[in-house]
Design a protein around this ligand. Structure first.
Ligand code: SF4
Ligand code: SF4
Length: 374
């Protein structure tokens, strides 16, 4: 396991951080996962007040199995426009975790400008007070928001770290990582394996293109080779799932020729398969009056058509309109053919037709086509 400096803090984190979403309900599995991950050198566990009993399970583990001083803990608290309520949330996390000090506290989900305003006005003062009296260490934020919003939050200079989405198949937030690095902030990558492409079980096509490297390892290496990234989350469901991802935990060097060649094979294949129908993710088509998530939908199409990642495409597409600000935008069937986006697309894509095709492919089984009537 390699370790990296967590921005301007005094913490040196393992380059893999244990996420705690997948073994919430099972104390025995939690104990085994945490212990195994620590045996492999992980020293950072990330949880959240909103993850069900995750904090409580971690507390039990701390009482029985691991020493508090062996790990860094991050928890996350949802923002709220009320300092008193936010202070109560912080107290609740301290109590549930059974600790008198939390190494890192993030405002959970600065996903909209309103969240950022709440964070700056109501939440940060609470956290800064707690920091001053030694209840918490570093203050950061997690986000599923737009690049502009993330950069605005970073530029506030109020945060020591950021948790965000970024991976080989979703590189839009690269400028935010550069900005965070310039401000000496810690950078935590959310779920690069699962949300980044269901890479524990990659599509046969992707597996073939990456061969002899496993797609999971290739995507981790893409991230580990970037010094501006501190740590990647991984979320094993059981102790048997711990070793495989960590096979690359020592490999923080620049990409090798073999890894670069695998990425070139992926790019060549995407180009050959998608041709002139490839969306280049420039975002110029936005805004859509129907709030359709055009670039995200066409990104999922790129991966589905180009790399056989239909399971992933379906998984993410079906979250649209269900996850609110955690995954904003509407599905492709909402297109009214207004044509506003068409002249803005430098690739001259027939966006309405591609949206309909993608909706048909990724909407999931047994659903009626929305554009076929009420
Ligand atoms: S044509 Fe469809 S996708 Fe394009 S802006 Fe209009 S409603 Fe949105
Ligand atoms: S403008 Fe065209 S290429 Fe750019 S994100 Fe929109 S659909 Fe894709």
């Amino acid at each position: 396991m390699q370790y990296r400096q967590w921005g301007q803090t005094q913490q040196t984190l393992s380059v893999f951080s244990l996420g705690t979403m997948r073994y919430l309900a099972d104390q025995a599995a939690a104990l085994a996962v945490i212990k195994t991950a620590l045996d492999f050198g992980a020293n950072h566990i990330e949880t959240a007040q909103a993850y069900g009993d995750s904090e409580l399970i971690l507390a039990q583990t701390l009482q029985t199995t691991i020493n508090r001083q062996d790990i860094y803990i991050t928890t996350k608290l949802l923002p709220v426009p009320n300092a008193q309520e936010f202070a109560a949330r912080l107290d609740r996390s301290l109590q549930r975790l059974g600790v008198d000090y939390i190494d890192n506290v993030a405002i959970h989900g600065i996903n909209t400008p309103e969240h950022l305003a709440w964070a700056l006005e109501f939440c940060l003062p609470v956290l800064e007070t707690a920091q001053a009296v030694g209840k918490i260490g570093a203050i950061g934020f997690s986000t599923h928001g737009s690049l502009a919003l993330i950069c605005q939050a970073i530029e506030s200079r109020k945060f020591a770290f950021v948790n965000l989405h970024y991976n080989y198949f979703f590189q839009r937030h690269a400028p935010a990582i550069q900005l965070a690095q310039a401000f000496n902030m810690g950078v935590f990558i959310i779920s690069p394996a699962d949300k980044g492409g269901l890479l524990y079980q990659p599509s046969p096509q992707l597996r073939e293109l990456c061969h002899p490297i496993h797609p999971l390892h290739l995507t981790y290496r893409f991230l580990l080779s970037q010094p501006g990234i501190t740590t990647l989350s991984f979320g094993p469901a059981g102790p048997d799932e711990v070793p495989f991802p960590l096979e690359v935990a020592d490999q923080t060097h620049p990409l090798t020729d073999a890894e670069k060649a695998a990425f070139w094979r992926i790019e060549d294949h995407l180009q050959a398969t998608l041709g002139l129908e490839r969306c280049h993710q420039c975002q110029a088509c936005l805004p859509c009056p129907e709030e359709i998530a055009i670039p995200e939908i066409l990104r999922l199409r790129n991966l589905t058509v180009g790399l056989g990642m239909e399971e992933y495409g379906t998984y993410r597409y079906q979250m649209l309109e269900k996850a609110g600000h955690w995954f904003p935008g509407r599905q492709g069937a909402r297109c009214t053919d207004c044509g506003d986006c068409l002249p803005r697309c430098p690739s001259q894509l027939n966006i309405p037709a591609l949206l309909r095709e993608t909706h048909s492919q990724l909407r999931g089984p047994g659903r009626r086509r929305l554009w076929e009537g009420n």
